[in-house]
Design a protein around this ligand. Structure first.
Ligand code: SAH
Length: 252
């Protein structure tokens, strides 16, 4: 039976996934707890990604090598960069770039040395399925979050976006830095700290990968505001609902 790997960036997201798995067993590898079990009839291994490119790449490699997952889905939060990518929206990645990769002049800026490329694609089929699931959840955002939370975070009509996600080992929390990223990589929709690394690992193993990121901030001077509360009350609920909807659709 195909095993699905689920990487959560946030402890709160993982806790919500584990609460939905009836039979998870903990297996510790490389200082990480991997949770092996079932969710809606699918074989699943759930794990906290850890933060940053190297930590997330290690987690992904263990999922692939030790647990033999045949698809990997990442959920987390990200800073919105693209115009119209607002807090409370969701980005499903179609490709990834490491925005802090620079081996120039030996290799072009952003190119990962010896790969001959800067961009790593997300799996088209998985991503399309996740877009459908996200649309279903966002259409019904009030049921998933409650009207108080919707009002408090001013999430009027959350939208799903599909495009480039950029990753680097920096929490981007100044307008100057996010503006610099926008100029350098104009098609980037969102910035985070893990996706491009996991995409590279999955490329190496030829295993389909997709990523869903709830926008928690605009990567600007206000990026720290209510971060933990947003994760708890919005992002982890979206992640749970989207993954659950996705698994449910796959069964149908
Ligand atoms: N300072 C934060 C640290 C969170 S780490 C805190 O108070 O806890 C940031 C996590 O959210 C990473 O998993 C990263 O992928 C994502 N993220 C969200 N917004 C981001 C941003 N503006 N820049 C970089 N990563 C961001």
């Amino acid at each position: 039976m195909a095993v699905i790997g689920i990487m959560s960036a946030m402890q709160e997201e993982l806790a919500a996934v584990l609460a939905a798995m009836p039979d998870e067993q903990r297996v510790s590898v490389a200082g990480r707890d991997f949770w092996v079990g079932h969710w809606q009839g699918h074989s699943v291994v759930a794990v906290l990604s850890r933060i940053g490119k190297v930590a997330a790449a290690t987690t992904a490699t263990v999922l692939l090598e030790r647990f033999g997952v045949s698809a990997l889905v990442f959920t987390g939060v990200a800073g919105g960069l693209g115009s119209g990518v607002q807090v409370g929206d969701v980005v499903v990645a179609d490709s990834f770039v490491q925005h802090d990769m620079d081996a120039s002049p030996l290799f072009p800026r952003y190119e990962v040395p010896l790969y001959g490329r800067a961009r790593f694609a997300a799996d088209g089929v998985l991503s399309a399925q996740l877009i459908v699931a996200t649309q279903q959840v966002l259409r019904d955002a009030e049921r998933h979050l409650g009207s108080d939370t919707l009002a408090q975070f001013r999430l009027a009509s959350p939208r799903v976006h599909h495009g480039l996600v950029i990753s680097g080992d920096r929490f981007v929390a100044t307008s100057a830095e996010s503006q610099g990223l926008r100029l350098a990589l104009p098609d980037a929709l969102a910035v985070e700290m893990e996706g491009a690394a996991v995409a590279q690992v999955c490329h190496d193993y030829a295993v389909p990968f997709a990523a869903v990121r709830t926008i928690s901030d605009r990567a600007d001077d206000a990026a720290q505001t209510d971060f933990q509360r947003f994760i708890r009350e919005v992002a982890s609920r979206y992640s749970l609902a989207i993954l659950s909807q996705w698994l449910n659709n796959r069964q149908a």
